[in-house]
Design a protein around this ligand. Structure first.
Ligand code: UD1
Ligand code: UDP
Length: 381
């Protein structure tokens, strides 16, 4: 029988990390022909992930421009992807999550009347401007897609509440599958990380990059981090700074000259996961880190007003710190000084997956395309 031709379209670092194990799974199964098309919405940060997982794309649209706007990304993906889709005519296009690559990829596939499968479907904050533009990207992809791979039961319920009930599969998040490849023995090759004495410092891994935090929220977060670093001499902040010019300039301005704040280049996925696994806790506005750190037993303070990932908040390992300077300072201060709060939060929980999401997604595709009559069992934490 002819294999099902599946094209995965992705372009940013987080999509690549979460799609990589799915590429490897689909390529290992004879029922699929797997084609990888990267938009390269991110260039260096994407390439780092591809090389970590030894993935060589079949198509590279190479669309990134410095300081690109959302319209730039959308129009450049639409322009470049249509021809690839018309040439390959895949049976299914898979996109991931909430980026503009994912939205434009799904829209372009729809224009070519090719069915779309949405990996990491159903996450919602219910605030169209936060995260911006990701919340609306996710909603629009949900309307365009015919197959929905929801990480958790709550995500599937969100889709149901919007009357999306057909072809919804609860799979777990593929990020937990990815971590099977990355955490390893915890050794570093990065020269800065290699020289950190994790026994004499409490290392806080931090990241901050979201568009809705640009401006005063991000400036306030950085002022707070500086204040914390000055209060706690034994704490070392390690911040791999996103390559966005706005973010790197703002980080440099506020944090560049503080001795116990280490601003470094973005890390590859292996080093990043290892850094988190050796850290005391994590402060971040990232989506992915909110899923990874709980799996590693690390408390997380989320530097955002809301989250589309409430499961780890409910489990007690993640707290929404917001972006108010005093509130973030107080919460971080408490976590650094209150052992019982720390112990309550530092427990490994895994509401997001069991490492078998990619296998469930593959089986769900076989089931949906009538190749198998066995629907994969839902993921339960
Ligand atoms: C994008 C996603 C966001 C995701 C984030 C992950 C959208 C709208 N946003 O936001 O959901 O959380 O990626 O990191 O899709 N740059 C480089 N090299 C790189 C990557 C970025 O130089 O490898 C610089 C470029 O100047 C680029 C800028 O960063 O213009 C911003 O990148 P962009 O993808 O537009 O936005 P992100 O904030 O990264
Ligand atoms: N990450 C990485 N190197 C870094 C910072 C983050 O590999 O220097 C990984 C992180 O472990 C997670 C993903 O990138 O898997 C999250 O990406 P990001 O925070 O850029 O985007 P978001 O998840 O917020 O969309």
């Amino acid at each position: 029988m002819k294999p099902i031709k599946v094209m995965l379209v992705f372009g940013t670092r987080p999509e690549a990390i979460k799609m990589a194990p799915l590429v490897l799974e689909l390529k290992s199964r004879p029922e699929f022909e797997c084609i990888v098309c990267v938009t390269a919405q991110h260039r260096e940060m994407l390439d780092g992930v591809l090389s970590c997982f030894s993935i060589v794309p079949d198509y590279d649209l190479d669309i990134m421009q410095s300081g690109q706007t959302l319209s730039d990304i959308t129009s450049r993906v639409l322009d470049a992807l249509g021809g690839v889709l018309r040439k390959e005519v895949p049976d299914l296009v898979l996109v991931h999550g909430d980026t503009t690559t994912a939205f434009a990829g799904a829209l372009c596939a729809f224009y070519e009347r090719i069915p779309v499968g949405h990996v990491e479907a159903g996450l919602r904050t219910f605030d169209r401007y936060s995260p911006f533009p990701e919340e609306m990207n996710r909603c629009m992809i949900g309307r365009l897609a015919e197959y929905h791979f929801a990480p958790t039961a709550q995500n599937a319920q969100n889709l149901k509440n919007e009357n999306t009930t057909d072809n919804v599969f609860i799979t777990g998040n593929t990020v937990i599958d990815a971590m099977k490849y990355t955490v390893g023995d915890g050794t570093f090759s990065n020269p800065v990380l290699k020289n950190i004495d994790f026994d004499s410092h409490r290392v806080i891994t931090m990241t901050c990059h979201r568009r809705e935090n640009y401006g005063e929220p991000m400036e306030g977060i950085f002022r707070t981090v500086k204040r914390l670093a000055e209060t706690f001499n034994d704490v070392l902040f390690v911040y791999p700074v996103h390559l966005s010019p706005y973010v790197s300039e703002t980080a440099q301005k506020h944090l560049g000259s503080v001795s116990n704040i280490c601003l470094i280049e973005p890390l590859d996925a292996m080093e990043m996961h290892r850094l988190m696994s050796k850290s005391f806790f994590v402060m971040t506005d990232s989506g992915g880190l909110q899923e990874e750190a709980p799996a590693l037993g690390k408390p997380v303070l989320v530097l955002r007003r809301e989250t589309e990932r409430p499961e780890a908040v409910q489990a007690g390992t993640v707290q929404l710190a917001g972006v108010d300077e005093d509130q973030v300072y107080k919460l971080a201060y408490k976590l650094l000084t209150d052992n019982s709060m720390y112990d309550r939060m530092a427990k490994a929980v895994n509401p997001y997956g069991d490492g078998r999401a990619c296998s469930r997604i593959s089986e769900a595709i076989l089931f949906s395309f009538g190749v198998s009559n066995r629907r994969p069992e839902d993921f339960h934490p």
